[in-house]
Design a protein around this ligand. Sequence first.
Ligand code: NAP
Length: 298
Amino acid sequence: MLTQGMSETLSIVGAGRVGRALGRQLRGLGWRIGAVTGTTLPSARAAVRLIGGGHATHWLTRQVLDSKVILITTPDNAIESVAGRLAEIGGDEWRGKVVLHTSGANGPEVLKPLADLGAAAGSMHPMQTFSDQRLPELAGRIFGIDGSPGALKVARKMIRQIGGVAVRLSGANKAAYHAAGSFACAHVLTLMETAVRLLMSQGFTRRQAVRALLPLTRQTLDNFESVGSRQAWTGPMARGDYSTVGRHVRALADSPREFLEAYEAISRLACVVLSGKPGAALSQINREFDSGLNRKKK
Ligand SMILES: NC(=O)c1ccc[n+]([C@@H]2O[C@H](COP(=O)([O-])OP(=O)(O)OC[C@H]3O[C@@H](n4cnc5c(N)ncnc54)[C@H](OP(=O)(O)O)[C@@H]3O)[C@@H](O)[C@H]2O)c1
């Protein structure tokens, strides 16, 4: 619970998945929620219901400025124009405010119009996935933070209260930081769905395919956590059995082109990030891919 600063107030601009989840958590921790904006009033009202506080506003109004802290949780490509519009609305009232966005790919520079007016501007990106289905766990999660000292102070305070861990991203290539999240999240999902479809093409029902594959992935991730990537690595490539990889390639030539391309790209990536002898592994795998495809063409 908030002890110091019980009166901290927070407006949420763009109350989608992240805005609702953070708003709900922070309200539960004692923050007073001010304006909650959506592009439509019904979506703002739905967000207020889920957060359990705040007042719904139809898009950007002066009420956003009634709070000390403003959290911008619109899609990435809207943040800059939202900041510009908020600067027009608030003018000098931005002096002393704190504004944070939650994008992982953008730095605080997209909030420049507000920083120019005297706001402390920054970003706090939760390395977590937020779907419409459920509010995810935030305790123990990493938040990448960046911005002015005043913005960092407030971001750290919020993250500490939530039980998260703040990591300063200053100087880092933020888009590369964000790409790491894509590898670990959306791309894992892409691979799971691809694997499910392959099994379904072999007669499995979706339910059977998920049941077959999910424990495999979970165990691999458990092993990764407990013994590290090299020791968790299993399968033909880990055993140096490149001829089996070649058989996979020939079998995948009947699937959509993207299946084979992804298989090849990921196999090469595995050579680089998992093999103890990346150069040798790469030449073996390239040979197998070339001969596998040539054999398929004949
Ligand atoms: N989802 C994740 O897993 C995740 C994780 C970490 C960080 N983030 C970051 O958090 C931010 C919000 O993501 P989200 O997933 O919460 O997005 P979201 O669910 O799509 O919600 C976006 C919100 O912004 C409003 N909005 C939509 N288009 C807009 C526009 N052109 N101009 C202004 N506002 C607009 C929407 O209003 P309506 O409700 O009225 O449509 C909605 O309230 C993004 O920067 C994202 O990169 C997301």
